[in-house]
Design a protein around this ligand. Structure first.
Ligand SMILES: [Zn+2]
Length: 156
């Protein structure tokens, strides 16, 4: 049985879970991919206690997945952006989303669709556009509410 941490596991899945396996942490990363950057916006969307959110954001910064970037001088305010390391979680987040769409969504329909920004085509399980056949990178994605109606971040 796994203990509270996975440090003794010589395994890269376990090492990744050490960073992102906590529920709120992964949802913060999901929202970061949807363009959420500011503390208050994460708090509003997730409904998580602010001290928990603060703790998880700090851990993600320490781990190098998010970076704190000033967006205002007076008063000084920061926002959280995915680093290159953080952006490497994109295929994993998409895989979790697609797993949920396939196995855990009943009749209400998928909550969110990831569309190819250029042509509006849907993304397949290999992150390729079903319409034009081009690979869809993070910057090429337009997330939109699906029939199951996801709550989307307000446009920045
Ligand atoms: Zn396309």
């Amino acid at each position: 049985m796994l203990g509270r941490t996975y440090e003794s596991q010589r395994c890269s899945v376990a090492r990744t879970l050490e960073l992102v396996g906590e529920r709120w942490t992964l949802l913060i990363i999901r929202d970061a991919f949807l363009g959420v950057r500011r503390f208050g916006d994460f708090a509003d969307r997730l409904g998580v206690a602010r001290n928990v959110l603060q703790d998880r954001l700090e851990r993600l910064v320490e781990a190098g997945i998010l970076e704190r970037v000033p967006y205002q001088e007076r008063p000084l305010r920061h926002e959280y952006r995915l680093t290159e390391m953080g952006r490497d979680l994109w295929p994993s987040i998409v895989a979790l989303l697609q797993f949920g769409d396939k196995h855990l969504v009943a009749n209400e329909g998928v909550p969110m669709l990831l569309l190819h920004r250029d042509c509006g085509g849907e993304m397949d399980e290999r992150r390729v556009c079903r319409t034009c056949g081009k690979p869809i990178e993070l910057r090429d994605v337009e997330p939109v509410p699906g029939p199951g109606g996801a709550k989307m971040p307000a446009a920045a």
